[in-house]
Design a protein around this ligand. Structure first.
Ligand code: MG
Ligand code: MG
Length: 265
């Protein structure tokens, strides 16, 4: 069942999503070699709760095992998504995708950003840049009158044209009172296919892109998803609202990228 959101509901979604962006910006300040993903998780949980919200990932049920034990997913290097924070210090040259979800005043925020720890190679930087570009190419298609497949196809085409793999098993989704609502938003598909996009449709678009093969495995903890070939993967996600002419991006990378600019300049 697809629920189109009222203008009031869209504003509540924006609040929850901007809190996700601010949480990720807090983490951006402290991501450096030596910090552990468990430390990042503690900072995120405190920040989310201090702002009157609930971390929606904490306790999220798993069809394959126990509930998710943390407030953020931290997927390092060849982990694609759903990495559980741990005590291993991040190292110079690692990349870490941090996916974060909040519930504020009954509505959910969901957004993800892939960070570089210290310095990375041009090759890995290109993977990150391409994944983020693909996200925005998908968002460009998220306008009234287009179809879901137009979004999916834009993401897929951009990444595959650069030789990258597009993960099929995990997809974007509707977002609202529930973190995962209908419809599913795959990162692959055909132009002109799928649901017609209407104003007020709120969805999370989230390309999960691999440097090598798109094949994945599940880790022994029943959460972490890794590339089979152990090559790095990137993940960026925005929650957006379909509008006429131009989508309204409800989450934001602005504060994250401001922190990163200040840190490295
Ligand atoms: Mg997410
Ligand atoms: Mg999501």
């Amino acid at each position: 069942m697809v629920y189109l959101k009222t203008d009031e509901e869209v504003e509540l979604l924006r609040k929850a999503n901007l809190l996700v962006g601010d949480t990720l910006a807090e983490l951006a300040k402290v991501i450096e070699p030596g910090v552990t993903t468990k430390q990042l998780d503690a900072i995120a949980e405190t920040f989310i709760r201090d702002h009157g919200a609930i971390p929606t990932f904490l306790g999220f049920p798993n069809p394959y095992g126990g509930p998710f034990p943390a407030s953020i997913c931290t997927s390092v290097n060849y982990q694609v998504v759903h990495g559980i924070p741990n005590d291993t210090p991040l190292e110079n040259g690692d990349i870490v995708s941090i996916d974060c979800g909040t519930k504020l005043e009954g509505f959910c925020g969901d957004s993800c950003y892939t960070f570089v720890v210290g310095e990375t190679t041009p090759e890995i930087q290109r993977l990150l840049d391409t994944t983020k570009e693909a996200l925005y190419k998908g968002i460009e298609q998220a306008v009234v009158g287009r179809r879901l497949g137009d979004i999916s196809n834009a993401v897929q085409t951009h990444c595959e044209s650069q030789g990258y793999g597009v993960v099929r098993e995990f997809v974007g989704h509707g977002v609202g009172r529930d973190m995962h609502e209908d419809p599913q938003v795959p990162n692959y598909g055909r132009k002109g296919n799928g649901m017609l996009l209407k104003s007020g449709l709120c969805i999370a678009i989230e390309p999960m892109i691999t440097m090598g093969s798109r094949e994945i495995n599940m880790q022994a903890d029943r959460w972490g998803i890794v590339t089979k070939d152990r090559k790095p993967a990137a993940h960026y996600e925005h929650s957006i609202c379909v509008r006429k002419g131009k989508a309204d991006i409800l989450s934001s990378f602005d504060n994250i990228e401001k922190v990163l600019r200040d840190k490295f300049n």
